[in-house]
Design a protein around this ligand. Structure first.
Ligand SMILES: Cc1cc2nc3c(=O)[nH]c(=O)nc-3n(C[C@H](O)[C@H](O)[C@H](O)COP(=O)(O)OP(=O)(O)OC[C@H]3O[C@@H](n4cnc5c(N)ncnc54)[C@H](O)[C@@H]3O)c2cc1C
Length: 417
C-alpha cells in the first residue's frame, strides 16, 4: 500500500525535525511525515557538544555570523536575516528548553544535557501531529505527476507533494539528490585535529598556549596567509588541537584533503611577535636578569614545559644562565618560538564535533525557500547542503535556519505541481 503525505521529510536529525515542526505549526492542515533510517531520531543532537549540545552561538548580526562559515557564508547572509540565532533561542525557550550563553558565546541548555533539546524537538513534532517513522531508510526517489514517490529499503512506497532531503552527510542522501537532478560538491571532512609526531611536543600532552597562531605552508614551504588562524592551541598525545587548529581544519578542509593530510604548518607560539621583536625582548631579559637559569625562568607568556622543550630543541642547555646564552642561540630560540615548522602526518578525531564540507551545490537552491532550482517541490535543509561552520554552535544554527525556511515554504498552499 502506498502512503500519502503533503510533505515528506527524509532524515530525522536537527534539520529534518526543525523543518517538520515549523511546517506543521504554520499549516496544521498538512500531513507531514519524517522518515529516519536509524533506530532513533536526533542521534547527533544527543551526542553533540560532548553530550551538552551547543545549540547555537550568541551572535545576532548576520554579517558577523557568516564569518564563521568556510562554506555557505554568502548564501546564509539572507537566510540569517529571516531566521537567526536569536530566533532559534526564542524558539527553544518558548517550548521550555531553557538556554544559557557561555562567556565565549556558545549557547547550551541550562541543564547541560543534550536530552533537553532532543525532548523539546520530539515533543514539538508530536504536538504538531508529525508522523514519525524510524528504521525507514529511503533508497530511491522519483518525480511523479502529483509530486514525488520514494521507496524504502523494505519496499514500502510513500508519495508526497513536497519532498525535503535532510539526510546530513549520509551518502544515500547525496544519491537521492543526484537522482533528482542535482550535482554534488565532493564531501570531505571538516573540524578535525592534526596528527603531528614531533620531538618538540613529546610528553607535552595537555599543555595549552592561550594565544598562538598556526599557518599552513604551501608545497614550496611558503605560508598561506588565507589558511592562518589565531587562538588557543592544545598539545595532545597525537599532535595539535584546540580552537585555532579546529578552525584551520575547517578553512583548510579541501587543501588538506587534496594533500592527504600530509603537509607542513608553522606555529607562532607568541603572536604578534616575530623573530626580530622577540629577539630584542630576549636580549633585554639577558641584560636585566643575567644570573637566572634560562631553563628555570621563562619570561614569556608561555607554558613552562613548552618553553623548556623549545630551549632544548634550540640546542640551549637549560642550566645555562641568561648571561651565558649567546645572541646566536637566542636568535635560534626566537625563530623556534615564532616560526617553528611542523610536519602534519594525518588528521585526528575531534570527539566534540565534526562535520562534512561539500554536498548539494548552493547555486542549485533558492535560499529564500530552500527549494531546488532544478526540481520544483524538492527542498533541502542542513548538512546535506554544501555548508559547514566552525565549531561553536554554528553548524546547528545552519540546520535550524535552513530547516525553518524550508518548513515555512513547504507550509504555503500553492497549486500542486
Ligand atoms: C560528535 C558530534 C558533535 C557535534 N556537536 C555539535 C555542536 O555541539 N554544535 C553544533 O552546532 N554542531 C555540532 N555537530 C554538528 C551537527 O551535529 C550537524 O551539523 C547537524 O547534526 C546536521 O544536522 P542534519 O539534520 O543536517 O543532519 P544529521 O543530524 O546528520 O541528520 C540526518 C539524519 O538523516 C538520516 N538519514 C540519512 N540518510 C537517510 C535515508 N536515506 N533515509 C532516511 N534517513 C536518512 C540519518 O540517519 C540522520 O539521522 C556535531 C557533530 C558531531 C558528529
Amino acid at each position: 500500500m502506498v502512503q500519502n503525505t503533503d510533505c515528506l521529510i527524509v532524515g530525522g536529525g536537527a534539520a529534518g525535525f526543525f523543518s517538520a515542526v515549523v511546517c506543521g505549526e504554520a499549516n496544521p492542515n498538512l500531513k507531514i511525515a519524517i522518515l529516519e533510517a536509524g533506530r532513533e531520531f536526533l542521534t547527533k543532537v544527543k551526542i553533540s557538544g560532548g553530550g551538552r549540545c551547543n545549540v547555537t552561538h550568541h551572535c545576532f548580526e548576520p554579517a558577523r555570523l557568516i564569518l564563521n562559515y568556510p562554506r555557505g557564508a554568502k548564501a546564509l547572509r539572507g537566510a540569517f536575516s529571516r531566521f537567526q540565532p536569536r530566533d532559534a533561542m526564542a524558539w527553544f525557550e518558548r517550548r521550555g528548553a531553557e538556554l544559557k550563553t557561555e562567556r565565549d558565546g556558545r549557547v547550551f541548555p541550562v541543564s547541560d544535557d543534550s536530552q533537553t533539546i532532543v525532548d523539546c524537538l520530539l515533543a514539538a513534532a508530536r504536538e504538531s501531529g508529525v508522523i514519525l517513522r524510524t528504521q525507514a531508510p529511503v533508497l530511491t526517489a522519483e518525480v511523479i505527476d502529483s509530486g514525488f514517490r520514494v521507496a524504502l529499503k523494505d519496499g514500502q512506497l510513500w508519495e508526497t507533494r513536497r519532498l525535503l532531503l535532510a539526510t546530513g552527510s549520509h551518502p544515500t542522501g547525496y544519491r537521492l539528490a543526484q537522482a533528482l537532478g542535482h550535482g554534488l560538491e565532493p564531501p570531505v571532512p571538516s573540524l578535525f585535529t592534526l596528527t603531528v609526531k614531533d620531538p618538540r611536543l613529546t610528553d607535552l600532552a595537555g599543555v595549552a598556549a592561550e594565544t598562538a597562531e598556526i599557518t599552513l605552508l604551501d608545497d614550496q614551504g611558503k605560508p598561506l596567509k588565507s589558511l592562518q588562524q589565531q587562538g588557543p592551541i592544545l598539545i595532545t598525545h597525537w599532535g595539535l588541537s584546540g580552537p585555532a587548529v579546529l578552525k584551520l581544519s575547517a578553512w583548510g578542509a579541501r587543501y588538506l584533503q587534496e594533500r592527504r593530510y600530509q603537509c607542513q604548518c608553522r606555529v607562532n607560539w607568541l603572536p604578534p611577535q616575530n623573530p626580530e621583536t622577540l629577539l630584542a625582548e630576549l636580549l633585554d631579559f639577558k641584560s636585566n636578569q643575567p644570573r637566572k637559569q634560562i631553563g628555570a625562568y621563562c619570561p614569556l607568556a608561555l607554558p613552562k614545559r613548552l618553553w623548556q622543550s623549545l630551549i632544548q630543541f634550540s640546542s640551549i642547555p637549560p642550566e645555562l644562565t641568561w648571561a651565558d646564552v649567546s645572541k646566536v642561540q637566542l636568535r635560534r630560540l626566537a625563530l623556534e618560538l615564532t616560526q617553528g615548522v611542523y610536519q602534519i602526518r594525518g588528521k585526528g578525531a575531534f570527539k566534540e564535533e565534526f562535520v562534512t564540507c561539500g554536498g548539494v551545490p548552493l547555486g542549485e537552491v533558492n535560499f529564500s525557500a530552500m527549494e531546488s532550482r532544478r526540481c520544483p517541490g524538492l527542498y533541502f535543509a542542513g548538512e546535506i547542503l554544501d555548508i559547514d561552520g566552525v565549531t561553536g554552535g554554528f553548524n546547528f544554527q545552519s540546520a535550524w535556519t535552513t530547516g525553518a525556511l524550508a518548513g515555512r515554504a513547504m507550509a504555503e498552499e500553492r497549486r500542486p505541481r
